[in-house]
Design a protein around this ligand. Sequence first.
Ligand SMILES: O=P(O)(O)OC[C@H]1O[C@](O)(CO)[C@@H](O)[C@@H]1O
Length: 560
Amino acid sequence: MAPASSLSAWSDLDAHHESVGKTIVLKDAFKSDPKRFDKFTRKITLPADISSESKGTDIIFDFSKNLITEETLEKLVKLAEEAGVEKKRDAMFAGEKINFTEGRAVYHAALRNVSNQPMKVDGVDVMNTKGGVNEVLEHMRVFSEQVRSGEWKGYTGKKLTTIINVGIGGSDLGPVMVTEALKHYGAKYMTLHFVSNIDGTHIAEALANSDPETTLFLIASKTFTTAETTTNANTAKSWFLEKTGGKGDIAKHFVALSTNESEVTKFGIDAANMFGFESWVGGRYSVWSAIGLSVALYVGFDNFHKFLAGAHAMDQHFQKAPLKENIPAIGGLLSVWYSNFYGAQTHLVAPFDQYLHRFPAYLQQLSMESNGKTITSDGSPAKYTTGPILFGEPCTNAQHSFFQLVHQGTKLIPSDFILAAKSHNPVSDNLHQKMLASNYLAQAEALMVGKTAEEVRAEGNVPEELVPHKVFMGNRPTTSILVGGAIGPAELGALIVYYEHLTFTEGAVWDINSFDQWGVELGKVLAKKILKEIDEEGAGSGHDSSTGGLLGAFKAYGGF
Ligand SMILES: O=P(O)(O)OC[C@H]1O[C@](O)(CO)[C@@H](O)[C@@H]1O
């Protein structure tokens, strides 16, 4: 594929940015076009049988407060066409090896293919083959139901009520984020811990109040070779064996979620207690796989299945909707518009929803591990900026911390706001929900309309020297996502997949491989070398004076 900047639609957008993009004033665009909201809003409706709403849940994506005209959208769609976004999308859904640096298919969509259409990699239907998607799902169903009902017992015959998931990156962030987001649906008697950090504090705190008789460990690692996870898992195993005086039965208390059977059995977990998946599932897309077992245990398999089904609905939309109507494609194209034509460096995602408090952290890996790349498909460096820095926090908290910069800073920060119309906790007669919604609406409006010097002066009693400090430039773009009900498993599934395919669209335009992560390797290799040096005499070898100096100081202060 040609580099994006060599496409004629790219030059066209460049000119369009000069003539229209730089001059569009959103508040005027709304005044002159009463239909702007309708024109730029897209909707997906999730089927009733999986939704939190009995008639099915609408999810509205309001793109109208973005710096676009109808012509901009047409030109962005043209760019997607020239960049082959649809072709690449179809190749992904056809199981082709679009992860070209690792020679792998990118097939996490098969994991949520609840309509069970055949999906093939190398001619094999991954849904129904032995050890395939449906078989693993059935294993997850049976196991999660046995644990929840108490039929699966610990070594002293007690029900397992503490779940400790040991994993990192995609083997942690998905399960943490989803179990937090679906806490309303979670088993109230269960205590969940997610141990990821190599910092011993993480595992120590999880084990501190856990009872080995009632604790189930899920060792979650696609490769089963990740240093943090194997070290934490070994510490957990030693704790378990020590606390149980060697009588504890590993088979009842440890299961593995992995693609690597030989490492799993080497660790001491029986292959029968392994929930597998395939190398065509990228770590950051693995919550849909066996890695999601903690979710199934916590919210129950039926809810896990609805989560998959909501995701599948968004997959189908992405696969079938024409680009101009295609919600994730529009999201991705807007990101390209801001990154490459306005020079935006960031993407803010602010859920107005406390249950979604780990959603931005999850999206950070999804977006930044996928599109934090420089090299394009022909091996040459991109001549344009790629993946934005994604960040976020739930609102209204974020408003009281970093929103100052979003409103009045020198940077353009395209922002997404997410709200569910219905709260799971309509306390104080829904007062909280109304206040939450008023902030969701007010922030997007304020960012767009801003406040002029004349408006500041008109408020009266403002000393002239303060006027510029109270001016808001406005014209700051937002996408508002409104879930027309509560956020249940299906709604959450659809929201995640919106961001997955948004990220896909960005990467497809930028002509990069969104599915490898070589950038995390160098640090891992150096850490291994330095770990050895900590146990050796001296301050290591071959380091720069800063690294060597710090290593020496660490050893001296730490008594190593
Ligand atoms: O599941 P694993 O193989 O332990 O990997 C954990 C994480 O590490 C990474 O490979 C990055 O180091 C992520 O892509 C992945 O989600």
